[in-house]
Design a binder for this molecule. Structure first.
Ligand code: DI6
Ligand code: FE
Length: 397
């Protein structure tokens, strides 16, 4: 198949957006086999069935590389409590927060969790998203953690989207282990990780390194198991305070360190050395009315790739729009529109360790988004507007 008459933001090479003005793409099966200026199209491709994209912009299909979109219930009441003055940490310490979603998730059946998750997945797909990372972490017991991961896997058979799963057993201490967090790690989190891995349900391992969650030494015990199982790691680090989480993650060669508002220069340098991606989550920054900005200047200086994601979750980021996350990345974090687009394409793919997507180049998956805009900066510029015209997932419209 030939796609032509398009402006193609390849997100490759050195130029802005890797833009090809009068571009064409050749797709064979699920893959791109040729990308370039229409004038250079080899003649043997010119007889292929062709689609005229009428000058529209084509980008790699966006990738949401950090979500918690499988969960039961919602936290609208907690939203009200915060507006009445309670802080996110106070609510968490008084038995609300993540633990309240754990209660609702434990009570929900697999089918109920799937049906609710699909409403959020559909919102992402409507913006062209083709790959979604989904975390566990609202079960915090053997049975419910595995149920969440099975639901995450089922999403990919219910919808034309790729899903990567992340085990987040070290997300919070469940009520039955209150005050016994080490016992939770050893008796529940680690054995559940092994079982989920045996069941083929785990692509990566995450943790929440924070005063209201787990200490670096506890995260390290989970990461040691991940390493033994040959699973990549990533970490919720420096979201509310600086515990040295990003540096710890980097020492395990982490795919990414996520949130990182409180990250300092040494942590940034450690990430640069390890090739760890910075996943920035402006939806949580916005919802929690955080004032400390992630260290964008230091990340740029150390050439740490920056990804952007929704962090879709019922507490700190009830956001299911990656376009809005791009807008927030620019307006709140002062990222450039080009950084924002790279953040949901090439760098999001890197944050997931997926080399076969996130750019438009021969050999890569034909996951493409076609937009009714003239210039890629328009994607991050508008708010609450979705200019998606068409989406290709593995070459299929
Ligand atoms: N940090 C977050 O922002 C989410 N998880 C985490 O470790 C929030 C999860 C929640 O509040 O339910
Ligand atoms: Fe998160």
């Amino acid at each position: 198949m030939l796609l032509h008459n398009a402006r193609v933001a390849t997100m490759t090479g050195a130029g802005a957006y890797g833009l090809i003005d009068r571009g064409a793409m050749v797709v064979e099966g699920q893959r791109l086999v040729w990308v370039g200026a229409a004038a250079d199209l080899p003649s043997d491709y010119s007889a292929l069935p062709a689609t005229d994209l009428q000058g529209r912009l084509v980008t790699p299909a966006p990738i949401d590389c950090h979500t918690h979109l499988v969960f039961g219930g919602n936290r609208a009441r907690e939203f009200e409590m915060r507006l009445e003055g309670a802080s996110y940490e106070e609510i968490a310490r008084s038995g609300g927060g993540i633990v309240s979603t754990v209660r609702a998730t434990r009570q929900a059946s697999e089918d109920e969790l799937l049906a609710e998750a699909l409403t959020r997945v559909d919102a992402l797909i409507a913006e062209g998203v083709a790959t979604i990372e989904v975390k566990s972490g609202y079960g915090l017991d053997h049975e419910t953690e595995l149920r969440m991961l099975r639901v995450a896997r089922r999403i990919a058979s219910e919808r034309p989207v790729a899903v990567t799963t992340t085990f987040l057993g070290a997300h919070a201490v469940p009520p039955e282990y209150l005050g016994r967090d080490d016992a939770y790690i050893d008796e529940v989190c680690i054995p559940t990780l092994r079982a989920a891995h045996d069941a083929g349900l785990v692509d990566a391992v995450d943790g929440f390194c924070e005063g209201i969650a787990f200490q670096p030494a506890q995260i390290a015990r989970v990461f040691d198991v991940a390493r033994a199982l040959d699973l990549p790691v990533k970490l919720h680090a420096e979201q509310l305070s600086d515990l040295g989480g990003a540096e710890l993650a980097a020492s395990y060669g982490a795919l990414s360190a996520d949130h990182i508002e409180y990250l300092g220069e040494t942590g940034v340098a450690a990430m640069a050395r390890a090739g760890t991606v910075a996943v920035l989550l402006p939806g949580a920054f916005y919802t929690l009315r955080e004032t400390r900005l992630p260290p964008i200047a230091a990340l740029r200086r150390h050439r740490v790739p920056m990804a952007l994601a929704t962090d879709a979750n019922p507490g700190s980021s009830p956001l299911t729009s990656l376009l809005l996350a791009m807008n927030m990345g620019c307006t709140l974090f002062r990222m450039t529109p080009q950084e924002a687009l790279a953040g949901v394409t090439v760098h999001a793919a890197k944050a997931l360790g997926m080399a076969d997507r996130g750019r438009i180049a021969p050999g890569l998956r034909a996951d493409l988004a076609v937009w009714d805009v003239a210039h890629p900066a328009e994607l991050a510029y508008r708010m609450g507007f979705n200019p998606l015209y068409k989406r290709y997932f593995g070459g299929r419209a």
